[in-house]
Design a binder for this molecule. Structure first.
Ligand SMILES: [Zn+2]
Length: 402
């Protein structure tokens, strides 16, 4: 019986986990917290409490436990099996995703636009801190050559992820659950975060279509063939073992190659780059019979392939974003309190202008967000839209009452 824990992390400071360090000091940073960063942050706390790495450390951090990536609904990758509009969807388009796992569609039935496969980018936009900032050293002085450009995920973002196996032991220090983490490490802007751990949480099962299991990667996957050479598909023997049923073939796959590096925790040295398939890669694999619910849940947290302890091969079940048409339901919940909506319209419109300049300011809405009702849930959803064009159109639609 594998044990799981669900980690919910709320950033109290901006965080940037950097993808590439480029020599022009402009950086690309992730929209989520990769498993390597989660593992690094927990390892740093362990070392602070216990001193030098010992056998226990190796079992927790270099053993067969899993430190999964932390994602929000917006930061998960659009599966590569999903077709999307090539250009902006019309207001009347009721659907934004067509999944080739289930249907072969080439044209949107509403706007007649040709569709194209996703490139595996994030589903939505996470809130970012739009300013150039310096990386600070322990004394609060700017480190030379560490000027970062618009690369931090803003404070307030909430991300979730899973740990399993011996990795769970990293979540308690002297018997007490970890409550804060300093996410980051080498090559990153560190940020503090509040942590909530649910030791009893149950992961979602991996998706089933008939007897076929659908694997959608939330992180790059590292697979090898029998000769140890890079492979574009997960190993069928590995899957058969985890699912407890014979997995006979990969029926269809939507992979894309990428490269991954990493840090070796105990030595603090960079790892060599490996070939991997990128997050969003999707596989439909055929099973001889339907796997058990428990096996599907265990697979979701375990992931597939190599270096799973660093979060590689993590799986997910992303949900399609709402179409403009589907936003009608959210706007209706706001309109149920039309008096408040009318009073708030000037601030809601002002936010469109702010979003265009990269500002996300929730302060004018704090009282309403604190309400414990459908209105506050709907308002949170609306304020989570950071695309100024979509947001502006939604506010106009809210105002017009359509
Ligand atoms: Zn359309």
């Amino acid at each position: 019986m594998t044990e799981f824990a669900k980690l919910t992390v709320t950033l109290t400071e901006p965080v940037a986990v950097v993808r590439h360090l480029r020599n022009d000091f402009r950086q690309e940073s992730y929209d989520h917290i990769p498993g390597t960063a989660v593992r690094g942050a927990l390892a740093a706390q362990w070392l602070l409490a216990h001193g030098d790495p010992d056998d226990d450390f190796l079992e927790i951090f270099e053993g067969d436990g899993v430190f999964g990536p932390l994602h929000s609904a917006a930061s998960l990758p659009v599966p590569l099996s999903v077709k999307v509009h090539k250009y902006r969807a019309d207001d009347d388009c009721r659907v934004l995703w067509w999944d080739a796992i289930r249907e072969e569609v080439d044209v949107c039935q509403y706007c007649k636009q040709t569709l194209e496969f996703s490139k595996g980018g994030p589903i939505g936009k996470v809130r970012r801190t739009p300013r150039t900032r310096n990386a600070l050293d322990a004394e609060g002085n700017a480190r030379s050559g560490n000027l970062f450009n618009q690369s931090s995920i803003a404070a307030g973002n909430v991300f979730e992820g899973w740990l399993s196996g011996p990795a769970l032991r990293s979540l308690r220090i002297d018997g007490e659950p970890v409550r804060t983490l300093s996410l980051g490490g080498k090559r990153t802007i560190q940020g503090n975060a509040e942590v909530a751990i649910d030791f009893g949480a149950e992961p979602e099962p991996v998706e089933l279509v008939g007897k076929d299991v659908v694997l959608r990667l939330a992180a790059p996957g590292i697979f090898v063939d029998k000769l140890g050479l890079p492979a574009a598909e997960p190993d069928l023997c590995e899957l058969s073992k985890v699912l407890g049923v014979k997995v006979s073939s990969v029926v269809k796959s939507w992979p894309r190659w990428t490269e991954v590096g990493g840090w070796h925790l105990a030595s603090g040295l960079p790892k060599p780059t490996e070939r991997a398939v990128q997050a969003g890669s999707t596989y439909r694999v055929r099973c001889a019979e339907r796997p058990s619910e428990a096996a599907l849940r265990a697979l979701m947290v375990r992931g597939v392939g190599l270096r799973r302890r660093e979060g590689f091969g993590a799986l997910c079940r992303p949900v399609a974003p709402l179409s403009f048409y589907e936003w009608g339901g959210v706007l209706a919940r706001l309109r149920a309190d039309m008096a408040t909506v009318e009073r708030t319209l000037p601030q809601l419109h002002e936010r469109t202008r702010e979003l265009r300049s990269g500002i996300e300011n929730d302060a004018p809405f704090q009282d309403q967000l604190a309400r414990d009702d459908q209105y506050s849930i709907a308002l949170r959803k609306l304020l989570d839209v950071t695309d100024p064009v979509l947001y502006g159109r939604l506010v106009t639609r809210l105002e017009s009452g359509k």
